[in-house]
Design a protein. Structure first.
Length: 277
């Protein structure tokens, strides 16, 4: 897919993977809309992009607030038009044993990482189906490939994202709308930012290396998912071995492999987000 003049909405766009994706889309001459729930971060990002000569449209949006999502979507349709590509990137994490986190924290993680995608997809997919053209990219995680201690609900949301994406793809095909594409992107843990301090042992770092930068994920989103149409790209590509191991090994051996790679202890030195932000 050529991205020149395509209208692309990115959620969680003020920093991290979202911002890196915005920058790559702008390099391809796409028309980019930024959503983020933090006004100060969003305004600073938009100003920086404008200083670099880019013309972007932005809206403050809490994607867990469906009324705000639907309202902003209507504004976009009236002022800009139907979007061509939706990138559901907004996400958060609360680490630690599930029983040590509050109901409010767990509910917020579910709402940001999964439920919000239902709202944005329901807001923008109907126009795509009507035209039989469009692409929805949902950001999942390596946590959707194999579970890990202290990430139970986070992993559950990312498995849900994968299931949602795959099922919607099949629904579109069943409706005869093959022109509407769906991708889920599965990055391993970033060495900086959201998952800073996450660490596997020596073997794990070889067979499941962390992602060095936000741009490494953005490159896969823009090139593999959008331009080349991959359904479920992993970052890095070697993470595909997790899919193979899960398919071939009984759960008891899969747990042993997790121990060998250091998966069971990888969150013990976590220093990233402490309060979901």
């Amino acid at each position: 897919m050529h991205l020149k003049n395509k209208i692309v909405l990115v959620t969680g766009a003020a920093k991290g993977i979202g911002l890196a994706t915005v920058k790559r889309l702008l390099q391809k001459e796409a028309k980019v809309i930024l959503w983020d729930f933090q006004p100060d971060d969003l305004n600073a990002t938009v100003q920086s992009l404008k200083n670099d000569g880019h013309d972007v449209f932005s809206q403050v949006c809490d994607v867990t607030n469906k009324e705000q999502v639907y309202h902003n979507a209507e504004v976009i349709k009236k002022e800009i038009g139907d979007i061509d590509i939706l990138i559901n990137n907004a996400g958060t994490v609360y680490t630690g044993y599930m029983l040590d986190r509050s109901d409010a924290e767990l509910e917020n993680m579910i709402n940001v990482n999964f439920t919000s995608m239902i709202y944005t997809i329901r807001a923008f997919m109907p126009a795509m189906l009507e035209k039989n053209k469009g692409h929805i990219v949902n950001i999942s995680s390596a946590s959707s490939l194999i579970g890990a201690p202290k990430l139970a609900i986070y992993a559950a949301t990312k498995w849900a994202v994968m299931g949602l994406t795959e099922s919607l793809r099949m629904e579109a095909i069943k409706m005869g709308k093959k022109g509407v594409k769906f991708s889920s992107v599965h990055p391993n843990f970033l060495k900086k930012g959201l998952f800073e301090g996450t660490k596997l042992n020596f073997l794990g770092s070889i067979f499941a290396p962390g992602v060095k930068s936000h741009d490494a994920v953005a490159k896969v989103i823009v090139n593999k998912a959008i331009r080349w149409g991959f359904h479920s790209p992993k970052v890095p590509w070697i993470m595909n071995q997790s899919v193979l191991l899960r398919a071939l090994l009984p759960s008891s051996l899969l747990i042993k492999f997790g121990n060998i790679y250091g998966v069971n202890n990888m969150m013990d030195e976590y220093t990233g987000y402490k309060d979901g932000r």
